[in-house]
Design a protein around this ligand. Structure first.
Ligand code: DGY
Length: 321
């Protein structure tokens, strides 16, 4: 039996149901309660989960028959991969298919925060558009500006490619320098501090790991230009939110575009959400219909592969294959 923590798009669900007994949590907007999850995995050989489900020791210990966990996401920081490895459970994810949709959204956030789109839109509805004004809702240039990508994986690179069309100078910081890619893509490596000091836009594309936790804190924000815009479509934990709030409020940096938060769903009363220079989205980086269909299908296929004793195509790094 496969347990799904959410009803996934119909074609992928049907694909699974034609090949295995399936049970799933039926609510669209409420995550599966922990006690239900623990009970349901008791019989399951496969678990199909979302990035919002914490799949920890407790869940895995309640699942004696579990062979595979497949998450409908590229990020897998919600899963205790090391414990799964110890228990012989294979963990798979959905890299690749969501790269372009997520890069599109990162660029949309960059533009929305830089050019104050949401603030300007609200101004109309509040009756604040009285006349055309030389600096009314004026934001920052995007064309020809500099962009710093932190984390040059698939999505970081896809954002860099979009920036080319805007004649942006693209810099990157990554654990590993890639000279070949620098040459091929016309991008330049900078140490983190240099990138933060010199870029007009900084976009985060690192996974949530103990090393990246709070990577952008008070010290890093203080290095950025007062005209700089920070974009986060990676994971909320990468940014120290209290420090970001102070930096945005005091003018240490200009604006932020945030698709992810340390705690999700973010509290509508969260201080960051009260600032005019924050564009906030509810973790919709990969949320195009076409992309979500592909993610749903990929996660389903790999789950079945493992249950049929085959090698999965997309095991998470560090997991058992
Ligand atoms: C992922 O897949 O990890 C993304 O955050 C979802 O959009």
């Amino acid at each position: 039996m496969i347990y799904l923590t959410r009803k996934i798009p119909e074609p992928a669900l049907q694909y699974l149901q034609e090949r295995s007994a399936c049970r799933f949590w039926e609510e669209e907007n409420i995550p599966v309660p922990r006690e239900v999850l623990r009970r349901e995995v008791g019989e399951a050989e496969g678990l199909y989960c979302m990035l919002s489900d914490g799949i920890d020791r407790e869940v895995m210990d309640a699942a004696p028959r579990l062979k595979a966990i497949s998450t409908m996401a590229v990020g897998f920081d919600n899963i205790d991969v090391e414990y799964a490895r110890q228990k012989g459970i294979i963990v798979t994810h959905t890299p690749g298919v969501l790269t372009e949709a997520t890069a599109d959204l990162a660029f949309a956030l960059l533009m929305a925060a830089g050019r104050r789109l949401i603030e300007a839109n609200r101004a109309i509805y509040r009756g604040e558009w009285k006349t055309w004004g030389p600096l009314f809702m004026a934001g920052r240039d995007i064309y020809g500006a500099s962009l710093g990508i932190i984390g040059l994986g698939r999505i970081g690179l896809a954002v860099a490619r979009r920036a080319r069309g805007f004649a942006m100078k693209v810099y990157y910081f990554s654990r590993r320098r890639n000279m070949e890619l620098e040459e091929k893509e016309g991008i330049t490596y900078l140490p983190l501090a240099e990138l933060l000091k010199s870029c007009d836009y900084v976009s985060l594309h690192v996974p949530a790991t103990p090393e990246t936790n709070g990577m952008i804190g008070p010290k890093e924000l203080a290095m950025m230009k007062p005209t700089a815009v920070l974009v986060n479509t990676a994971r909320g934990a990468v940014v120290d939110e209290e420090a970001l709030y102070k930096a945005l409020k005091s003018g240490t940096i200009y604006a932020a575009g945030l698709d992810v938060f340390a705690v999700e769903p973010v509290d509508p009363n969260h201080p960051l959400l009260q600032l005019p220079n924050v564009v906030a989205l509810p973790h919709i980086g990969s949320a195009s219909i076409e992309t979500r269909y592909k993610m749903a299908r990929l996660a389903a296929e790999d789950l079945l592969r493992v249950l049929n004793g085959e090698q999965p195509r997309f095991p998470v790094p560090g997991g058992l294959t």
